[in-house]
Design a protein. Structure first.
Length: 258
């Protein structure tokens, strides 16, 4: 079996799609797909990308498939580029727009890329070593020297975070996420199988209640940008909204003054 065939088979098995279903979606014969997976046929770069699209393979992994097939990566990865800076500046505006609600910009491993001023509500009192770059926001949340002691529904929130990380790891196959999940699972805090008592799983922190909202770029063609997400924490109940209202009013007036 060729390396690209092995990887394609891995992603197809991971997505639980049969050869017949994938061949129909991609417009190739099941026989030819079988030959590609076993190494009897060498796929073109166009076929690799077509199969990867139907399998919803992340952009970074699509480049790995192309390299395994003997082709150059198709999707760029801009870590130092003027166009990337423009988008990052725009995302900082999004972060600031959520204030005083906490909001962070994270990468694929939940490393903090940027944050707004509202995040100080969460980080106050956390151990200094957890705040030294690179800051992993999931580690910061669940570590016993981080936010965990002030999370009033720690078992529920911890269960939610671990389940979410399970889904992300399954979707990406990222070994770093798998290791992070194991680390977080070893922290104290318990777990729960109880159903949420509201419309969303809340983060109850220091007497306030938030729900999280994740925003990603809708049409990324760059590996770096495809892996960025804004995680914002918004009021989950009227009491929290009321408590934040004076700060919200201050943020609005401050923006107009600026």
């Amino acid at each position: 079996m060729s390396e690209v065939g092995r990887l394609l088979r891995h992603w197809r098995d991971d997505r639980r799609i049969s050869q017949l279903d994938l061949s129909a979606r991609a417009g190739v014969s099941a026989r030819h797909l079988s030959f590609v997976e076993t190494g009897r046929s060498r796929p073109t770069s166009e076929m690799i990308l077509r199969l990867a699209e139907e399998l919803n393979v992340p952009l970074r992994a699509r480049n790995e498939l192309l390299l395994a097939g003997g082709f150059a990566p198709f999707y760029p990865e801009k870590s130092d580029d003027r166009s990337l800076d423009t988008i990052l500046r725009a995302l900082r505006t999004v972060l600031a727009g959520h204030e005083p609600c906490p909001a962070v910009l994270v990468d694929r491993h939940w490393t903090m890329v940027d944050a707004n001023n509202g995040v100080a509500r969460f980080t106050a009192g956390c151990a200094p070593e957890l705040l030294e770059p690179p800051v992993n926001v999931l580690r910061l949340a669940l570590h016993p020297d981080g936010m965990a002691p002030r999370i009033e529904n720690l078992a529920q929130w911890r269960t939610h975070v671990l389940h979410r990380l399970d889904r992300q790891t399954a979707a990406t196959g990222d070994p770093v996420l798998r290791e992070l999940r194991q680390e977080l699972a070893d922290y104290p805090g318990g777990s729960t199988r109880d159903e949420p008592d509201g419309l969303v799983v809340p983060l109850r922190f220091d007497g306030l209640s938030f729900f999280s909202m994740t925003s990603v770029l809708g049409t990324p063609r760059d590996v770096t940008l495809s892996e960025l997400a804004v995680e914002a924490f918004l009021p989950a109940d009227p009491a929290t909204a009321e408590a934040l209202r004076p700060e919200m009013a201050g943020s609005v007036h401050g923006s107009r003054a600026g």
